[in-house]
Design a protein around this ligand. Structure first.
Ligand code: FES
Ligand SMILES: [Fe+2]
Length: 361
């Protein structure tokens, strides 16, 4: 009994970093996955239906027929309208009821509508602005390198069981690579190299620049830069959930970005877009690198799921951080601020908050 009493204060409930940023863009699906049939997508727990209008442009509505609450995603597209599978009501892109089959008189459309969401299609992805019935305040993130023909670009969709924050931090976290991905990416060596890190945070993004880092040891480093050398390395996070890792060495350039879509509080989809220009041709490298990348992701996914599970079992998070948790706390802060209120436009010029630190890699 006594030991139980001593345990209780340890199990205090922390809060969980489930930030719900709704006035921004998230990837619903890949362009090529959206054909003639409507698709169901869930973002931050919100059920949505995505479909293509007659001109091919994507559209999104709340996935609930206003008549009897059947999911509209089981319906079909009729010209510019979405037709419900149950009684055939037809809705337009704004979510207004346009056709009620069998109704003899004219129907009063006013008030009979469902929430509608702005859509964009770019870089092979379909984006949804998560605040309904509103003009977007900004444009979706642009995967600039994927548009450059001199780069090889690979796409991969992945699912992590973890919050958006935990998943984003994991993608940009350096210290875990020597342990969780031992040998694949970095090694835990007795002799570590001292490097400087410059962290800059703007209102909508954070960037960590690792200065003077030697090519990562381990298999991936050897493939990317067989002759070794000093790499330029940046890790970045952009609101509401873009992670980016950039490596440059001589003429080689490797830039892996992922758009994170929070499906629910503890499920996050990653739409990874990896672009690179290397001495070895891309088509030779991709079949070799993909299984390694998937193996690395499998190790991350396993640890994220266990992290989420532990957070749930303890009823909340309790983090202890140090300087080498370079961007995690900044990501959390950006998400919390964005959740609370409106943001400046992405293009706005401002001096970043800057911090310099030293770490051993
Ligand atoms: S439930 Fe959709 S038309 Fe009746
Ligand atoms: Fe990892």
């Amino acid at each position: 009994v006594e030991s139980e009493a001593r345990l209780v204060p340890l199990l205090t409930k922390g809060h969980t970093s489930v930030a719900r940023v709704t006035d921004d863009w998230y990837v619903a699906c890949r362009s090529r996955d959206l054909g003639k049939t409507p698709l169901a997508a869930t973002i931050l727990g919100l059920p949505l239906v995505v479909y293509r209008q007659a001109n091919g442009a994507p559209a999104a509505l709340l996935d609930r027929c206003p008549h009897r609450n059947v999911p509209l995603s089981i319906g079909c597209v009729k010209g510019d309208h979405l037709e419900c599978a149950y009684h055939g009501w037809q809705l337009d892109r704004e979510g207004t009821v346009k056709v009620v089959p069998g109704l003899a008189g004219p129907h009063e459309a006013r008030g009979r509508r469902v929430e509608s969401f702005a859509c964009r299609e770019q870089d092979g992805l379909v984006w949804i602005y998560l605040t309904p019935d509103e003009e977007p305040k900004r444009e979706p993130f642009a995967f600039t390198w994927a548009r450059d023909r001199s780069y090889t670009t690979v796409y991969q969709r992945l699912r992590a069981v973890g919050t958006l924050h935990a998943t984003a931090e994991n993608a940009l976290d350096v210290p875990h690579t020597a342990f969780l991905h031992r040998g694949l990416f970095r090694k835990d060596k007795p002799e570590r190299q001292r490097i400087d890190v410059v962290v800059k945070r703007w209102h909508d993004r954070v960037e960590a620049e690792y200065v003077g880092e030697a090519r990562p040891t381990g298999l991936v480093g050897k493939i990317l830069a067989p002759r070794g050398g000093t790499v330029k390395h940046f890790d970045r996070f952009f609101l509401p959930g873009i992670v980016q890792v950039e490596y440059a060495l001589g003429a080689s350039h490797f830039i892996a970005s992922a758009a994170l879509t929070p499906v629910s509080d503890f499920e996050t989809d990653l739409h990874a877009v990896i672009s690179f220009k290397l001495p070895i041709p891309g088509f030779l490298l991709v079949p070799f690198l993909r299984p390694i990348a998937l193996r690395i992701f499998g190790q991350d996914a396993r640890v994220l799921a266990l992290q989420a599970d532990t957070i749930k079992r303890f009823g909340g998070e309790q983090y202890m951080s140090t300087d080498v948790d370079v961007v995690g706390n900044h990501i959390l802060r950006l998400l919390r601020d964005a959740e609370r209120g409106p943001r400046k436009p992405r293009e706005s010029v401002e001096e970043p908050v800057e911090k310099r630190l030293t770490m051993l890699v």
